[in-house]
Write a protein that binds this ligand. Structure first.
Ligand code: WT7
Length: 648
């Protein structure tokens, strides 16, 4: 082992683990050499309506990219997440709902109640004309009804597309239109940190540009004032009154779509990542059980929003497939104060806690008194996801939250991967603060030379690619298989390209260093620089814009915008503020620029390409390594950029 800090699993951890170090080695080897045997066995963990006879049928060979798992099997995801638990754990809590307001009462929903709610929801959707294969957009707060809506879609074979409740009407409209949803599910308002979020009003604005939407199903959440529009808008409580609480699950082929989830890429338009039914469920249920070392009866809390893949895979589908008790939290870590997470842990005796480095850093900055006043003795395991975790935050998490008793796991994965790819298994893999450690079963990471694409062996730095398929992998981009192939398989032939850079150390541990493409990771949220740029240039006073990331203490990355104004348009602080609000309105608050620098010119090559490398260096305040600027059309531009750099 290397000289860095290494945390070896304690005896207590090893004695309860699903997978020991020895088993990890042997099973990993088998998962790679005999994927059909390995995954064929693992897939029996879920219930199949019609058993599969084929396991893996995948090709990464350009240009024939095709991914199929368990392709002749049939199953239903909702039945696996609910019905099959009823005989043994019908009265067990499936979902604990902790509201934003700490004084409001928490709700405990049993598996039996979940069954009734989901069946009724499914029948309401059927009543609105939703059929197998239809797309349903869900724009909701973090309330149990969101889980019912998603599971109801899965039950009747409709494809859900959840859009994060923090996105703007414009962003919502684009996502509704891209997948042609005729039905949108929303709530009157959401609640976060004591403030209300005008979800239904946002839907009303979005739908001005969505001619295909026929019905909007509205859940009454806050009771706040909203407008209901004629025959289009339907109250859930009215539609659900007297509806049949029984709805048979639709048999779905393993490769039928389960959901679409939009995520940012390096070009302007978000990609509709498509996940299917069988492989996804097998993968999220196995990874949830083994990576969290989940045991029956434990209370599990993932703090993500269901609007992101983390919420899909590890609030909903993975935990419920395993019959777990999963906590849904409506609020934010800082409300009413920076002790809220720890109060919720104590209140519900949470055993497994899973959050993002940005939250850890923010809470660390708020002072130790908040975490120190909590008991936290129920905690056993702490997880991290969304962005690289700096060793300082890892160690604070371990010491202050985990009281040096809990395992800390850093899980690397993506919307595209469906589930965990590189992560410690608690009883099997010693951890190093800041490293996601080793691959999960069936995952074959490769470090490639970014230029030549050559596979690098041993200790190496380069870009991270995956050499073969795993069951949770996305199957395509909704409506654009060509873009799917080009985005992930064209640059490095024979591999799935992740877009991340990484280093593999002398122990074979992986250290993810962040995106190598034009994707930003702001507080664990993925954003394309091109998305922010197109929002900026849509403003009448902006002629050109270039956006880059810079290291940010809390957010991981901040957003730095270089803006060229229209001729004769004077720059001012007021205009900078106006542009900041403009971007928030166009995309959503997560895209708020941290810095706006007005630049009369941007550094371009003679062929007109913006040299982002230089813009990144200026934003980072790192002029020593600007590199070769001689190819610029006008090298003097750089001096102006440096002279007018914004201090953050
Ligand atoms: C990108 C994927 C996976 C769910 C949340 C984000 C970054 C994610 C880690 C980690 C370092 C990480 C990568 C990745 N990322 N987890 N543990 N260590 N980086 O999903 O929005 O699809 O973003 O997030 O850059 O490519 P996503």
């Amino acid at each position: 082992m290397s000289s860095e800090a290494v945390f070896v699993p304690s005896e207590a951890v090893v004695s309860r683990t699903h997978v020991t170090a020895e088993q990890y080695g042997a099973q990993y080897a088998r998962s790679v050499s005999d994927p059909d045997g390995f995954w064929g066995e693992q897939a029996r963990r879920i219930d199949w309506i019609k058993p599969f006879t084929k396991v893996k049928n995948t090709s990464f060979e350009w240009p024939d990219i095709s991914i199929k798992w368990f392709e002749d099997g049939a199953l239903n995801v909702a039945a696996n997440c609910i019905d099959r638990h009823l005989a043994t754990r019908g009265d067990q809590t499936a979902i604990i709902f902790e509201p934003d307001d700490p004084k409001a009462e928490a709700r405990h929903i049993t598996y039996r109640q979940l069954h009734d709610e989901v069946c009724r929801f499914a029948n309401v959707l059927k009543g609105l004309g939703v059929k197998k294969g239809h797309r349903v957009t869900i724009y909701m707060p973090m309330i149990p009804e969101t889980a019912y809506a998603m599971l109801a879609c899965a039950r009747i074979g409709a494809i859900h597309s959840v859009v994060f409740g923090g996105f703007s009407p414009d962003a919502l409209a684009g996502r509704i239109n891209d997948c042609d949803s005729a039905v949108v599910i929303t709530a009157d308002e959401g609640r976060r940190g004591g403030k209300s979020v005008p979800l239904k009003t946002n839907v009303d604005v979005a739908l001005e540009d969505c001619p295909g939407v026929e019905k909007v199903l509205v859940i009454r959440n806050t009771g706040g004032p909203i407008a209901m529009k004629g025959s289009r808008d339907v109250w859930w409580h009215e539609a659900a009154a007297g509806v049949d609480p029984v709805c048979d699950p639709e048999p779905m082929n393993a490769e039928d779509p389960l959901f679409i989830l939009y995520t940012s890429g390096s070009t302007g338009k978000p990609k509709g990542v498509l996940h299917t039914t069988g492989g996804y469920l097998v993968y999220v249920s196995l990874t949830h059980e083994l990576t969290f070392d989940y045991r029956d009866g434990e209370i599990y809390w993932c703090t993500a929003d269901v609007g992101w893949v983390t919420g899909h895979s590890y609030i909903l589908y993975g935990p419920l497939a395993n019959g777990a008790t999963t906590l849904m939290f409506e609020g934010v870590p800082s409300y009413p104060d920076a002790g809220r997470f720890w109060e919720v842990v104590d209140k519900h005796k949470v055993n497994i806690f899973y959050t993002a480095p940005t939250a850890i850093r923010a809470l660390m900055g708020a002072g130790d008194q908040f975490v120190e006043r909590a008991d936290l003795s129920s905690l056993r395991l702490l997880g991290s996801v969304g962005e690289p975790i700096n060793p300082e935050a890892w160690l604070w998490y371990h010491r202050k939250v985990g009281r040096e008793r809990c395992v800390v796991i850093d899980t690397w994965w993506q919307t595209e991967t469906g589930g965990f790819m590189i992560s410690p298994l608690p009883g099997a893999i010693p951890t190093k603060p800041g490293s996601a450690t080793k691959p999960f079963f069936g995952v074959q990471p490769a470090v490639l030379d970014p230029e030549s694409g050559k596979v690098l062996e041993g200790e190496a730095s380069g870009v991270l690619a995956i050499a073969d398929s795993w069951p949770g992998q996305m199957r395509t981009i909704w409506g654009d298989h060509q873009r799917f192939k080009e985005t992930y398989f064209q640059q490095y032939k024979g591999f799935y390209f992740t877009g991340d850079g990484c280093r593999r150390d002398e122990d074979g541990y992986y250290w993810i260093t962040g995106r190598v493409d034009d994707v930003l990771n702001v507080s664990g949220h993925r954003l394309g620089t091109a998305e922010v740029e197109s929002a900026l240039v849509a403003h009448p006073k902006v002629s050109e814009a270039a956006v880059v990331g810079f290291p940010h203490e809390i957010k991981g990355q901040g957003i730095y915008c270089y803006v060229t104004l229209m001729a004769d348009e004077p720059a001012s602080d007021e205009l900078a503020a106006e542009l900041r609000n403009w971007v928030r309105k166009e995309i959503g608050p997560i895209a708020s620029p941290d810095c706006i620098q007005f630049a009369p010119g941007l550094p371009k090559t003679r062929s007109g390409k913006i040299m982002r490398r230089i813009l990144r260096k200026v934003a980072e305040n790192d002029y020593g390594s600007l590199g070769d600027t001689s190819t610029l059309a006008d090298p003097a531009v750089v001096d102006d950029l440096i002279a007018n750099r914004k201090n953050r």
